[in-house]
Design a protein. Sequence first.
Length: 407
Amino acid sequence: MNRFQSENLMHIKEHFQRETGVHLNTKKCRRPYGKAMVLLTTVLLCGVSLTAFGFQQFSGLAGDELAIGAVYQGNGIVTVTVENQSDKDLHFQPKLKLMKWNSGEEIPPHSQDITFTNTEIPPHGEETMTIDLSSAYDIALLEQPLTDDSYYLVLTNNNFIFGQDWMCSIAFAENIYTTPQTPSVNNQIETDLFEKIPKSLRFYFEGDSTDTEERRKLNAAYEEAYSKLFGDIDGNIIPSVSPVRPGNRMDTTAPYLHIKDSPTEEDQRITMQWHSTDSRFKLLATEGEHALVLSANLPLTKYQNTFTDLPLFFLLTYEKDAASAQDYAFIYGQIVPFDQLAPYEVYTDDTYVCYEISPFLYTDLDRYLQDFAKEHPEIDLDETTMEQTKQIYQYYRDNLPDLIYFK
């Protein structure tokens, strides 16, 4: 999913002012006179009230951020996964615009009969909206491949006003490109890591989890397979703990893992979110377990100051009393005795022990970064980005134990 940050607003404002001639920052008048000024003052006060109300809602102008990605399921059905990265509730209205990227042309619907479900996303939560376009658009036409172009959706939580509309790409067909496109890479993990996974679970890592329906089937088969495997183990499989509850609700009533703020430049290019999967939607542990994931911000080629997150570090936390030497953790398809996790420990206290498990997902940073870039050709992966990402990685690899705390 692409992430839109508050610094984008400066560029949006500049573009708005350049195209419309309307300046968003007005100068003060020295001497108001007469009824006209009374009316103007009333209008301005109303405008201030509306702006203040708008800022109480989820708004990019207030620095609120989200991550958003859309997948076409067929028959006019679109699923949109949204991560609310703010402290405010996010409520999407049942409205959208369907646009073309290159021309900026809006595709007009032939009716307003568009159905939305799951439009409310809690603070720091994740939800998958479902949008039914079948009664509003010519689906057969949308499913025809475009040449050197693509569609995107504009969604809103407040009538598409400035700072409260959100874009995400959507592909209704495999489009045609006259310039070569980078092929997708195999979903399989590094060979050495793959061979450590029990044979009965390897099918899961060989399958493609990027397709939503295929992912559901794979996850169900995987859960059945690892549950059967657990039954053959002489010992207990101990699940990790996190503040994420069913429905991706955050429980902040008990202490949970945090990373200290840092004034370093590296910290400014990192995102921290709780996730149950890696970037290819493969489960990190069992269904329902979440890790605190630290991701580097990789810039996109086409749009300034927009980013895609590359997960670098994955922190799983366990109750210390439960994680005894004779018991096991289940990490990325591997059943691992806790006494073998010592090299990955980055935090411990009287209650919790925390492990950084990225070595179970990848061991070669260069290959990991290159593979990610092949799967995401929209990334501007030049030498500068490569070097910055390596600097971020090394900084957190060296300092992570000193940055972790519970609160």
